[in-house]
Design a protein around this ligand. Sequence first.
Ligand code: F6R
Ligand code: ZN
Length: 184
Amino acid sequence: DPKLDPFTTLLDLKLGTFDPERGPVQVRTQEDLRGFFQADPPRPDELVYRVMPVPVPTENSEIQCSTTVLEPGTVGDEYYMTKGHFHAVRDRSEIYIGLAGEGCLVLATEDGRHRVEPIREGMVNYVPGGWAHRSVNVGDEPLVFFAAYVGDAGHDYATIERDGFPVLVCRGDDGPVVTDNPHY
Ligand code: F6R
Ligand code: ZN
């Protein structure tokens, strides 16, 4: 017998909000990102991003989805970004769809390969299993994207907190600059 009943929610394609909301909004402040940015947070209470979830059972047979709204800003030279994670079940994949703003998706494998892909309205980013991923807002407006991923993927933040990503995305005089992470 099917485990779930069908449901429908309305996604605001500009704001990334769901109506009705399906689950508790996750809020991440500068303080929550301490240790992920190179610099200590200058304004610990300031909002960096929110995740709006559409919760379903965390099982391989389901598809989780959510939207992320990442504010514009910097800590030190680094643009506001998500913590970033490997999926706890390493081979689980994910799809991002850009809804608003200007962003970068930084991806890295455990053996240190990396890629930087653009996130923009209408762009579809494929995140294959085995690639850690972090989104970065390199614009002046909120970066909004939709994500759908395998239900039992889970999140491994600890590896990123310890090692970081191979590259940093920083504000330069003429826009974003991708540099090697000296602490990786
Ligand atoms: C889920 C996923 C996104 C992120 C969200 C916040 O697998 O990749 O929904 O969870 O963008 O980023 P993190 O989880 O790195 O804080
Ligand atoms: Zn993910």
